[in-house]
Design a protein around this ligand. Structure first.
Ligand code: PRT
Ligand code: ZN
Length: 285
């Protein structure tokens, strides 16, 4: 039987989440010890633990069928492969930054200047799109110190909170791309692997839907029932049951995390009481 080979980061910012996504999808690894390869007793899958930068190449070369990387790594090294699913974690952005005392005048500020980065492909694409001729100085780590030691006039790097830039006396001047963890793959997988991948994606989406939603129970005065039901339409429609006390009903539904606080306030304003909110483990829509 075919196995789906998935490459994930061996150790770094993506590792823990990558392992837990597989685990929540019901795929547990026989040796959690992070060898090069581990197999699952519960699913026809083989996991390869690699440096994130190498994953696109391994997928392109068919050593792995799919991989989990930051979108930034996909944009830099992912030619001939594609994003099959967005995972929504490890969000960050790729930005240009310059010393804070400099006055930024737009992308043309970089004309004729030296920019240090570990992402020359994405940067060159950006410079070309803005018709700017700058010199790219490729370095593999600690990009943020380059201006301070006179190696470059600006940098292009990953930014998350922005505190690394600030502590190095830099200001963020352009956000070139936003990034999140993604599953990458080839489009020429055989039917059996494609079926395994679709099943894995189905499981991952069910877990994601569940974490993005909450189960809600509340008591509603019957004269406000219609308005309350409009606020929490649920997956199909809410369950409504009469309470022992006349004039009241119990309403059960599903509520998305993003709308949560706003809707809770509206429900209270309509007289809803005894609101209980419960996490959902898996959700099949
Ligand atoms: O060893 P390996 O090559 O596998 O790992 P790596 O060191 O190349 O990657 P790793 O584990 O650091 O990051 C993996 C992925 O996490 C990246 O490719 C991004 O997609 C994503 N990610 C999310 C980040 C950050 N947030 C982040 N903040 N990657 C790096 N950073 C760095 C950033 O470069 C900055 O220097 O963290 C520093 C702190 O950021 P601030 O802005 O919060 O100060
Ligand atoms: Zn890396």
């Amino acid at each position: 039987m075919e196995k789906l080979k998935i490459a994930i980061q061996k150790s770094g910012r993506l590792s823990e989440k990558s392992v837990s996504i597989l685990k929540e999808a019901g795929i547990s690894m026989t040796n959690g010890a992070r060898k090069l390869i581990s197999v699952s007793g519960t699913y026809p899958i083989e996991v390869l633990y690699l440096r994130d930068d190498d994953i696109p190449q391994y997928v392109r070369d068919k050593v792995a069928d799919i991989g989990i990387v930051g979108e930034n790594v996909f944009a830099e090294k992912g030619s001939d492969i594609e994003i099959v699913e967005r995972l929504g974690f490890s969000r960050c952005r790729m930005s240009l930054a310059i010393p804070k005392q400099e006055k930024y005048t737009g992308p043309s500020w970089f004309a004729g200047k030296k920019i240090a980065t570990s992402y020359p492909v994405i940067l060159q694409r950006y410079l070309d799109a803005h018709d700017v001729n700058a010199e790219i100085h490729e370095i593999s780590g600690s990009v943020e110190i380059a201006p301070g030691i006179g190696l470059a006039e600006g940098i292009f790097d990953i930014v998350s909170s922005g505190s690394t830039l600030i502590s190095n006396g830099l200001q963020e001047v352009e956000v070139v791309m936003k990034s999140e963890a993604v599953i990458i793959g080839r489009n020429d997988m055989n039917q059996e692997k494609r079926a395994l991948l679709n099943d894995l994606l189905f499981r991952i989406k069910s877990v994601q839907a569940a974490t993005n939603n909450k189960y809600i129970l509340l008591n509603a005065p019957n004269d406000k029932l219609d308005e309350i039901i409009d606020l929490i339409p649920g997956m199909k429609s809410p369950t409504v049951m009469p309470l022992a006390e006349s004039g009241w009903s119990s309403v059960h539904s599903v509520l998305s995390e993003d709308q949560f606080w706003q809707i809770i306030n509206e429900l209270r304003a309509l007289g809803a009481q005894g609101i209980l909110v419960i996490p959902i483990e898996k959700m099949i829509v």
